[in-house]
Design a binder for this molecule. Structure first.
Ligand code: GTR
Length: 326
């Protein structure tokens, strides 16, 4: 090849790259409450890259992180209306609208991360994702969110007595309000974005979340005591608007689903790394982390929560199937 020809070929190749980079025929807008770099945000970005590749650059994903599109409860409604195409949310804010999502949101339902992965990657996980389609949504895949524990600005908590009468923020789900009540404390449901200032001003004593959220939200700056009671292991879920989904060809739907499923593996790896890094940062800041805690009374206190929420036979079956997973 002559020099001129090879330059020409190189120019054509880069022009083709530019075209393919800007050739998104469909751009799916995706919402996340977390900041850029958080494992869920990076998980959806990875999904977008895979999707772009498998569709020859036709379908792209644009992630709006840091609650740019709103707080979770509002973005769920917007996703149902087709204003937002994709949404990475906790299972919690779905509890009041999709009963099946209450099951993986029950306190102490999972015995370990392994148990949770086996459940979510199997039939039970598929059935719970399937339940979204009756609510104008398509459940695509699950992401990790570790386990949630209480943090507060007042004192180290080691027993149920310590929790008594304290005020904690929970996600906007009746199940979590009752969970905190069953432990003898008071729950205030509120959007994630209001928690920092509410702790700072003393409207609430604290909240509950996993290591990366406690750290990235800055809540650890205003709530210095973190008690690892690990009462919840609520998975994250990536959903798509049914309206956006219905606009795709069956082949493109398959590509979206495949990319979403494949991104779970990426997210789980990032999650494990971030969990360790967040813990290190919080400990280095001098926060008091309470690990020496007997979880048995916490677990026993949750029985009335199960009695109140697991009433339908279908939910009872889901709980039994989860418990039966080795
Ligand atoms: C985080 C979760 C968010 C959000 C938040 C909250 O762990 O990743 O989606 O639900 O908790 O407590 O509102």
């Amino acid at each position: 090849m002559t020099y001129a020809k090879s330059i020409g070929a190189a120019l054509l190749a880069s022009a083709a790259m530019i075209t393919s980079a800007s050739a998104c025929e469909i751009t799916l807008r995706s919402s996340d409450t977390h900041p850029d770099g958080y494992p869920t945000v990076e998980g959806v970005k990875a999904m977008g890259e895979m999707l772009q590749e498998t569709t020859g650059g036709r379908i792209c994903v644009e992630v709006f992180h840091s609650a740019q599109l709103g707080e979770e409860k509002d973005t769920i409604e917007q996703t149902q209306f087709g204003v937002i195409d994709l949404n990475r949310v906790s299972m919690g804010p779905f509890n009041n609208i999709i009963p099946e999502t209450q099951v993986p949101s029950l306190p102490y339902i999972f015995r370990s991360t392994d148990h949770m992965h086996k459940v979510l990657d199997g039939d039970v996980g598929a059935d719970i994702l399937g339940a979204f389609s009756d609510h104008d949504l398509i459940g695509l895949t699950y992401y990790d969110a570790g386990s949630r524990s209480f943090y507060n600005s007042q004192k180290p908590i080691t027993t149920l007595d310590d929790l008594s009468g304290m005020k904690f923020r929970v996600m906007q789900s009746d199940l979590f309000v009752d969970m905190v009540g069953a432990l003898g404390a008071n729950a205030t449901p509120m959007p994630y974005g209001e928690v920092y200032s509410s702790i700072q001003t003393g409207v609430i004593d604290g909240a509950e979340n996993n290591w990366p959220s406690y750290e990235s939200s800055g809540h650890f700056e205003v709530a210095g005591y973190y008690t690892l009671d690990q009462h919840l292991m609520v998975p994250e879920v990536l959903v798509m608007s049914k309206m956006s989904w219905d606009k795709l060809t069956p082949e493109d739907q398959e590509a979206v689903l495949e990319a979403a499923k494949a991104s779970t593996e990426v997210q789980r790896k990032l999650w494990a790394e971030r969990e360790a890094a967040s813990e290190e940062k919080v400990r280095a800041a001098g926060n008091e982390v309470i690990t020496d805690i007997d979880k048995t009374p916490f677990m026993e206190a949750m029985v009335p929560v199960y009695e109140k929420y697991v009433t339908d036979q279908s939910l009872k079956d889901l709980v039994a199937r989860i418990q039966a997973v080795e």
